[in-house]
Design a binder for this molecule. Structure first.
Ligand code: FES
Length: 227
């Protein structure tokens, strides 16, 4: 098996990872938890990634390509061009028009929108703003898109609000501090809806029940009527 690790040194763990050299041994446990659930209907699929949340969506793009899904659109955002962990094959459009501007795994042929906060490449603004701009022009067909997203917490909350307002379904890949990944340390708890409970919710573990959840199951990511 071939595993590619994309990391940025932001703390002790990633600095330790960065010091590893070719030939060093690394113990890895996984895969753990539950990933994105791919709808079986023919809804357009919108992959929306921010910063270090982009790599999981690269591999989702590969999987969708293997499954023969055609109606897929990719939208990636970062603060600056340097922080986009993708290879551009042509300059992206500045107006959130999807183009074949990114090299995707297995040569998945999906058009993409790029967004940067400083406008150094593609759309100037966030990936969520780019989603809104795309939806205003192209997203009002009779088949609402299903959105798959991964990125920083603030972005995920914005995606949750925006997709709800636009009437789009959404799955979020969330991030928590994970001490064990095996369901024992409880460092990764998140509140999920559960109507069988008196409070209407229960604690779930991001490492086992997630990290991908349906937006409407996550109490802290979207206002759901009746909760
Ligand atoms: S990471 Fe330890 S319980 Fe989830």
């Amino acid at each position: 098996m071939h595993v590619r690790v994309l990391s940025r040194a932001v703390g002790p763990g990633t600095r330790w990872l960065e010091r590893l050299r070719a030939g060093d041994t690394l113990d890895i446990t996984g895969p753990l938890g539950r990933g994105f659930r791919i709808p079986t209907d023919d809804a357009p699929l919108f992959l929306l990634g921010g910063g270090v949340g982009i790599p999981p969506l690269l591999y989702l793009a590969r999987r969708l390509h293997e499954l023969g899904r055609r109606d897929v659109l990719v939208c990636f955002g970062a603060r600056t061009r340097d922080l986009l962990p993708v290879r551009l094959v042509q300059e992206p459009a500045c107006d959130a028009t999807p183009t074949r501007c990114v090299e995707l795994p297995a040569s998945a042929p999906y058009p993409a929108i790029m967004a940067t906060d400083d406008g150094s490449v593609g759309w100037r603004g966030s990936a969520v703003d780019a989603l809104r701009a795309w939806h205003a022009r192209h997203g009002r067909g009779d088949r609402p898109a299903a959105v798959f997203t991964c990125g920083p917490e603030a972005m995920l909350k914005a995606v949750a609000r925006t997709t709800r307002a636009l009437g789009l379904s959404c799955q979020l890949c969330i991030e928590r501090k994970m001490g064990c990944g095996l369901g024992t340390c409880l460092s990764c708890v998140v509140r999920v809806r559960d109507t069988s409970q008196a409070m209407g919710w229960r604690w779930a573990l991001a490492c086992q029940d997630g990290p991908v959840f349906d937006r409407d199951d996550l109490l802290d990511y979207a206002v759901v009527p009746g909760t």
